[in-house]
Ligand binder design. Structure first.
Ligand code: 4AD
Length: 466
């Protein structure tokens, strides 16, 4: 095979060398009949390629052929790397390719439903372009999602999904290094695992069943099975009614479950170390991706502390009360009060990442352990980035009789979870864990305004295609 160079690797060190590259046609500009510029893009990186009619190398037909290429067509180019005297606008790479050979590998249809250039512009650029009288079509979210394979070619989107991959990677690496075992639990189950009605029901060979709302029950059963510490990365299904910026009907759950020796803070310690490691690593290893996202969706880097702030629910309520927001002390926080508390925490503690724990028992799922000192509260927590929830977790009830009682009290159809409850009759250690929404982490780390931006092919109450 021939030696290929990635567009992102093209730099001044390669000056005067011949490189062979493949990319998509991002833009073409003809200068008379003897010269043409082709901007080639590969994985979000772009380079300007120049065709100049030269005897025995580049013919006038070649230039004509190049200018006839449709945008987004896949093209191979062989050429000499040169370094121009001035900076190149409209390309990420600061070198040029003097084209000697050009092949079209596969062409795209001429009329694309999305123009990648337009789709990649920031709100600010769009405003300026419109003011300058440019003809420009704002690409709305539905159009982007309808033609997602085009939309995900923008540099920002390329960055978002590489960051998503890295979040998942660090989650796995970190937990493996702390003695956790990766497991997979069934997604076809007999009943709801989180309570509530948000389940997708289906027929399982004549038996009623549903898509798992979380790995909750089976990850706890893995602890009963003596794995000690487990994690899972897998799909989670929620038949959400609410059409919001942060709810999907299918998302990727990053789940953890572990034995607790003395106190549920051991679980929060894992959250703390895991996420500080994750944020550090994203900032270190994903600089290019973060820059690309920032070009289109301006955001400030996440503020987080070396040791994650922990507030109790009561302290949180108190902070809200001080600014005049009244919350039922045994109720839950709504989206708005969560946001507000996020702001107050930022002002007071200078962090956008924190843990709120000891929630009222009444607002937590049936399997949650009440506080030993006050059963109106529970050994549970939520974790927030920029005032929005990314994690919920807790210590679980491990005494079968009490678990049954709690399930009944919460109106759970206990027939559907009898094997789960029985698992605790054969010796079960105190344990706890948490669930993280992958798309939420990426959305909020990058301060994106909609979870559909961090889901490759989102499933929401109105969308099941593409
Ligand atoms: O808060 P949730 O429902 O908690 C559980 O599933 C528990 N079993 C976790 C545990 O171990 N105790 O979901 C956990 C996380 C949320 O914090 C949120 O980040 C995400 O999953 N999430 C969603 N993400 C996208 N769309 C939805 N509809 C989501 N619902 C929850």
């Amino acid at each position: 095979g021939r030696k290929w160079t990635e567009v992102k690797a093209l730099n001044e060190d390669l000056k005067d060398q011949v490189a062979l590259i493949r990319g998509r046609v991002q833009a073409i500009r003809a200068v008379g009949k003897k010269m043409a510029f082709v901007v080639l893009r590969e994985r979000g990186f772009t380079v300007q390629c120049i065709l100049t009619v030269t005897p025995d190398v580049v013919s006038a037909q070649m230039v004509k052929f190049a200018t006839s290429l449709s945008r987004e067509s896949i093209v191979d180019i062989e050429g000499v790397i040169t370094v121009p005297a001035t900076t190149i606008k409209g390309a990420t790479q600061q070198v040029e390719v003097q084209v000697k050979k050009i092949y079209c590998v596969n062409k795209a249809i001429p009329a694309l439903p999305i123009n990648i250039d337009d789709a990649a512009r920031s709100e600010e650029e769009i405003e300026n372009a419109l003011k300058a009288g440019e003809q420009l079509v704002r690409v709305n979210q539905d159009t982007r999602l309808n033609f997602r394979v085009l939309d995900i070619r923008t540099p920002a989107n390329q960055g978002i999904f590489r960051i998503q991959c890295q979040v998942e990677n660090i989650f796995r690496q970190f937990l493996l290094s702390e003695g956790f075992v990766g497991i997979h639990t069934p997604k076809l189950i007999a009943g709801s695992s989180e309570g509530g009605s948000a389940v997708f029901k289906l027929d399982y060979k004549g038996q009623p069943a549903c898509l798992a709302q979380s790995p909750q029950l089976h990850k706890q059963m893995a602890i009963c099975g003596d794995f000690g510490r487990v994690f899972e990365i897998g799909p989670v299904f929620r038949a959400e009614d609410s059409f919001t910026h942060r709810h999907l009907c299918e998302f990727t759950g990053l789940d953890v479950e572990m034995e607790i020796k003395e106190h549920y803070s051991e679980v929060m310690d894992v959250v703390d170390r895991l996420f500080v490691t994750m944020f550090d690593s994203l900032n270190d290893t994903c600089q290019k991706e973060l820059e690309a996202i920032n070009e289109q969706y301006r955001f400030k880097p996440l503020k987080y502390l070396r040791k994650t702030l922990r507030l109790t629910f009561e302290e949180g309520i108190q902070m809200l009360r001080e600014v005049g927001v009244e919350i039922d002390p045994l109720g839950d926080l709504n989206t708005e009060s969560e946001r507000k508390l996020g702001q107050l925490v930022l002002e007071k503690y200078d962090t956008e990442f924190y843990i709120l724990h000891r929630y009222p028992l009444a607002v937590r799922p049936f399997y949650t352990m009440p506080c030993y000192d006050n059963p109106l509260y529970s050994n549970s927590f939520d974790v927030f980035i920029r005032g929005e929830e990314i994690i919920s977790g807790a210590q679980r009830v491990h005494v079968p009789e009490y678990l049954l009682e709690r399930a009944q009290a919460c109106g759970i159809d206990v027939k559907t979870i009898s094997t789960y409850i029985d698992s605790f009759r054969y010796g079960a250690p105190p344990h706890g864990g948490f669930g993280v929404g992958l798309e939420r982490v990426v959305m909020l780390f990058c301060a994106l305004n909609n979870i559909r931006k961090s889901s490759l092919f989102p499933r929401d109450p109105q969308r099941i295609a593409p």
